[in-house]
Design a protein around this ligand. Structure first.
Ligand code: SF4
Length: 316
């Protein structure tokens, strides 16, 4: 099970200001089959539940304050302290991802409304806890539940989450030979994210400067985590599919080749989802025992039951 930290209200805990929750069915019912959740709620720990709602206010000196909607009391310091404690808690849990509640002045990721002291709206920003997480975690699988309603963002997030976890597991017993194998197995997944970075990672693995393995691993980790945080696109995925086809083309007759290319074209035209050409590629790779393709993480980046590539909208 992958450990994922999640805003407690998304898990159905009654921790909101009105003692309600915002249970998210994708997180709880679908991702929950593969994840162990670590919940957090800085507001509930700081102010208990129910409590007066709060808002984020930008002051004249451009600082962001947390103000009670009921009493106008400045609660910034109290919330800040409890947010830091919750951050330490999730950090100690070896988490591999983070899902935050959107629009909250505490948990929102660039979706928390900011007000001026005169009550006028002043755009959006990270909530108090979200901004601490952003500073702490860097290239980390981190999303809001609201954005995860978008099939493309959801697929990208879940792919990043499982790849991140895979790297952390690999790191436990990493050796040079294993890094070469790891990199090979991520070739097409990395190319679907960022071709240039894939090549740079190849240079690191090539180790022409004869660096120590620890140094290489550190460099590889930083760049790998950056690469998997990038979003895929139709054109990058098309290149990957064409490239994969190249490994089986010599086994196929012209009608089989035509059908595969028609499926790739239909995928690009958003007539069929990605799972269609991928299933055909897998079929031929299995039939003709093309192990290089069958070992590619791009074919199975996460449990197939999540069926995230079965939606046409999972591509942009
Ligand atoms: S959004 Fe964050 S702070 Fe607000 S109730 Fe949910 S977990 Fe707690």
């Amino acid at each position: 099970m992958i450990k994922v930290a999640v805003s407690a209200c998304l898990l159905g805990d009654k921790v909101r200001f009105d003692k309600g929750h915002k249970r998210d069915s994708f997180v709880v019912e679908e991702l929950g089959k593969y994840a162990e959740f670590v919940s957090f709620c800085p507001e509930n720990i700081a102010f208990s539940s129910p409590r007066p709602s709060i808002r984020m206010v930008r002051t004249e000196d451009n600082s962001l304050r947390i103000i009670s909607n009921k009493t106008a009391e400045d609660l910034t310091q109290v919330l800040d302290e409890h947010a830091r404690a919750e951050l330490q808690k999730i950090k100690s849990q070896n988490i591999r991802g983070l899902i935050l509640k959107s629009k909250s002045p505490t948990c929102g990721l660039m979706s928390s409304k900011v007000y001026l002291e005169n009550g006028f709206a002043d755009g959006k920003d990270d909530g108090v806890f979200a901004s601490m997480c952003r500073a702490e975690f860097g290239y980390f699988p981190m999303e809001e539940e609201g954005r995860l309603c978008d099939a493309w963002l959801r697929e990208n997030f879940v792919m990043q989450l499982f790849a991140y976890d895979d790297f952390e597991e690999f790191k436990e017993d990493a050796k040079m030979g294993k890094l070469v194998e790891f990199h090979k197995s991520y070739k097409f997944l990395l190319q679907s994210k960022d071709e240039k970075t894939y090549r740079e990672l190849g240079q690191i693995v090539g180790n022409h400067e004869q660096k120590s393995f620890d140094e290489i691993l550190l460099e590889y980790e930083a760049l790998f985590k950056m690469a998997i945080s990038q979003k895929s696109s139709v054109s990058k995925t098309r290149n990957v599919l064409e490239h994969m086809s190249g490994f089986i083309k010599n086994f196929l007759d012209s009608s089989e080749k035509q059908m595969l290319h028609a499926q790739i074209d239909d995928y690009v035209a958003k007539i069929v989802p990605l799972v269609v050409p991928l299933s055909t590629l897998r079929l031929y790779a299995t039939k003709y025992k093309v192990s290089y393709l069958l070992e590619q993480k791009f074919l199975d980046p996460y449990p197939k039951e999540l069926a995230l590539r079965s939606e046409i909208k999972s591509t942009k």
